[in-house]
Design a binder for this molecule. Structure first.
Ligand code: RB5
Length: 157
């Protein structure tokens, strides 16, 4: 699987750990940075990973900041991205099965490396169930079409 990964300074250490874990598990990992614990702005890295996922260049994305929350919010601004902040493996399974989540965000300051490995494993190895969930995910895509960036107005169809 081709996986784009990124972090800010607060997620750097966990990102490095997850990156090497994914590589050892046989995945093709593209690291968009950051490459040190010097302070940076998380939306820059969220955008790089989210773009790759939305364009199809990446199969899935992983983002790490202090809480995973800023990365989640920023990545979800990119059309086609369904980013989820996950703290336990069972929710990673559900996010894939029911929500077809395509970007996982992790909390570098609140998730230990072993738990992160289990979360990432669950996320990359679980498939979307489709069926009734396909219709619901389709409705999320319809919302993206109706509410265009830069406009709060509903586009009538
Ligand atoms: C950086 O201090 C921190 O705000 C950031 O990593 C992230 O947790 C934001 O959501």
């Amino acid at each position: 699987m081709r996986i784009f990964i990124g972090s800010d300074h607060a997620g750097f250490a966990l990102k490095e750990h997850v990156k090497s874990y994914l590589e050892r598990s046989g995945h093709d990992v593209v690291d968009v940075g950051t490459h040190s614990d010097e302070s940076v702005d998380y939306p820059d890295y969220a955008l790089a990973v989210a773009r790759a996922v939305a364009s199809g260049e990446a199969d899935l994305g992983v983002l790490v900041c202090g809480t995973g929350l800023g990365m989640e919010i920023a990545a979800n601004k990119v059309r086609g991205v369904r980013a989820v902040q996950v703290m336990d493996p069972e929710l990673a399974v559900m996010a894939r099965k029911h929500n077809d989540a395509n970007v996982l965000t992790l909390a570098g300051r609140h998730t230990d490396p072993q738990t992160a490995e289990r979360i990432v494993d669950a996320f990359v190895s679980t498939a979307f169930e489709g069926g009734r969930h396909e219709r619901r995910v389709g409705k999320i895509a319809a919302i993206e079409q109706q509410y265009r960036p830069g406009s709060a107005d509903r586009k009538e169809s």
